[in-house]
Design a protein around this ligand. Structure first.
Ligand code: ATP
Ligand code: TZP
Ligand code: MG
Ligand code: MG
Length: 262
């Protein structure tokens, strides 16, 4: 696994809920996390890093300013930027901020639940705080539309995940329902996606699909190692699986299907 070999430095500007879980998850995966928020240093840190992950989970004006500075510095240095638009659609401030970042920063990837992605591209969907409300939305078409509109990879996650760059689209059917009981499962996934994009690929949309599948397989394996996958102990076993899942086991269990008509 290239992330374990290259140990990319991932600069996260994230929320106060998930900071520790994100850092530990990236370390378990084999990447190197750093959280840096001050406007005096974010551009420098973003240029040093292999990828920048921007997350608006607990935003305020200083964070937004830092996110824009870091995103633009990463663009100038040719580093990948991932945006997690946590809660876009829940409040006008979140929606506007996510759209402003997507407008002003050249994103490599946007990752969120269906409601968040829909709101970033000016559509509407039900959202409850930062959590999606289950519905029968067509996430394949949503991911395609969003990717074409924003000109980046879009990952719409939920029971099944969809990754699209507007041309190639993949459906990933790995994962485990207990992930919905862990705050930060999505936020950590956005940072894991940043790590997979940071190590470079000829086919970034496929690399993004592999990031989501790797995460989902690690969750399945963790649950299989437990008598009962309850949220508290699952978190620890899940981190263990991010660290120990082998390439062979991953390839045997990954469920990545191409959604495009052949
Ligand atoms: P939300 O706040 O709506 O839960 P999120 O940002 O936490 O969104 P999710 O969509 O929950 O992100 O995705 C995080 C991980 O959880 C992904 O790997 C996804 O595949 C997985 N996941 C989410 N729901 C399920 C489910 N019902 N069954 C299996 N895996 C799931
Ligand atoms: N409130 C603001 S950010 C946050 C909460 C609960 C964490 C959301 O994390 P995730 O990964 O979307 O579940
Ligand atoms: Mg969640
Ligand atoms: Mg989320």
């Amino acid at each position: 696994m290239k992330v374990r070999e290259q140990k990319p430095l991932i600069h996260n500007i994230t929320n106060v809920v998930v900071t520790n879980f994100t850092a530990n998850g990236l370390l378990a995966l084999g990447a190197s996390p750093v959280m840096a928020y001050a406007r005096e240093e974010v551009a420098e840190m973003a240029s040093l890093a292999s990828a920048v992950v921007l997350n608006i989970g607990t935003l305020d004006n200083r964070i937004v300013e830092s996110a824009l500075l870091a995103g633009k510095a990463a663009n100038a240095a040719g580093k990948s930027v991932v945006l997690d638009p946590v809660g876009a659609g829940a409040t006008a401030y979140r929606t506007e901020t996510a759209r402003a970042i997507a407008r002003e920063v050249k994103l490599a990837a946007l990752r969120g639940n269906a409601a968040e992605i829909a709101h970033v591209i000016g559509e509407s969907r039900d959202i409850k705080g930062v959590d999606a409300v289950a519905g029968d939305t067509d996430n394949v078409q949503l991911a395609r539309r969003a990717a074409l509109q924003l000109g980046c990879i879009v990952a719409v996650t939920g029971k099944d995940d969809v990754v699209s760059d507007g041309h190639s689209t993949y459906v990933i059917s790995n994962g485990h329902p207990v992930l919905t009981q862990i705050t930060g499962a999505g936020c950590l996934l956005s940072s894991v996606l940043g790590a997979f994009l940071a190590v470079g690929s000829d086919a970034p949309a496929l690399a993004a699909a592999e990031a989501l599948a790797f995460y989902g397989v690690a969750a399945e394996e963790a649950a299989n190692h437990m008598k009962e996958p309850l949220p508290g102990s699952f978190q620890a076993v899940f981190l263990d699986q991010l660290a120990s899942l082998t390439q062979e086991r991953f390839e045997a269990l990954a469920q990545i299907a191409k959604a495009d008509k052949q």
